[in-house]
Design a protein around this ligand. Structure first.
Ligand code: C5P
Length: 240
């Protein structure tokens, strides 16, 4: 497998072509950004942790029959994934009120929902990734009604799996963001990453934050928090 031209550089990853039409080479970066890129920092070791955590979760999902773009981890900071064309939607699942929804509703973080909430955001930096509804998605031609239903159903299945996985190591899954893409056959696949950059994760007993809010809100050392998540997932310090 050969790494070829840089295709795209995002806030947290670089994407390279390979010598195969159907794959791309992802390089995780140490950059951390928040608030639509307004807050930025280089955090040594973040790329290694997110690559490891995301690879671990994608592999576990595959065991459960939920396929993603993930093929294999190539190095500490790199993954080989299927080439997909990203659907310009961020699919957010929420189990507990936090973040932007807490602000929008004017209610305190921590309220547990009776059932999970699914939201869609339009991936457009210039617009600031606005919250949109199913009618808007169809006007934008980002996805058909059938595809929207598929995205929701899959996001909720992933939520059940992730909640269980994190709970088994003493972590509450508050909310998370998914991205999906279409492969060359038009099949929708889970893409991007699942890591503490894209999830809110709170300690089951203390509610300590172990995710990107540590960076967003200056709560302490980000890599220590991500390392704790990785160790717990690996069962090295399994919570009983
Ligand atoms: O900011 P908000 O509360 O809407 O975020 C909901 C969830 O989606 C959080 O877990 C956050 O980390 C994730 N998210 C993300 N990328 C974005 C926006 C939100 O990973 N661009």
């Amino acid at each position: 497998m050969e790494k070829r031209d840089l295709l795209y550089e995002g806030k947290a990853k670089k994407i390279y072509a390979t010598d195969q039409e159907e794959t791309v080479w992802i390089q995780y970066k140490d950059s951390a950004t928040a608030f639509n890129g307004e807050k930025k920092a280089e955090i040594n070791g973040k790329s290694v942790l997110n690559n490891e955590i995301s690879s671990f979760i994608f592999a576990k999902l595959k065991e459960k029959g939920i396929d993603s773009h993930f093929i294999e981890k190539l190095s500490d900071t790199e993954q080989l994934v299927k080439r997909v064309s990203i659907i310009p939607l961020e699919v957010v699942v929420r189990n507990v009120l936090a973040g932007s929804l807490s602000k929008r509703l004017g209610l305190p973080e921590g309220i547990v929902f009776e059932k999970p909430i699914v939201e869609f955001y339009y991936k457009d930096d210039a617009l600031g990734d606005p919250l949109i509804n199913e009618d808007h998605i169809q006007i934008l031609k980002a996805a058909s009604l059938e595809e929207i239903e598929f995205l929701k159903k899959t996001a909720l299945e992933i939520n059940v799996f992730l909640q269980e996985l994190f709970l088994s190591c003493g972590v509450k899954l508050i909310d998370f963001k998914l991205e999906f893409g279409k492969d060359q056959d038009g099949e929708i696949l889970l893409a991007d990453e699942i890591s503490p950059d894209t999830c809110r994760l709170w300690d089951l007993e203390t509610n300590e934050k172990m995710d990107k809010d540590v960076f967003r809100r200056d709560l302490g050392n980000l890599t220590d928090a991500y390392q704790t998540i990785l160790n717990r997932l690996r069962g090295e310090s399994a919570h009983v």
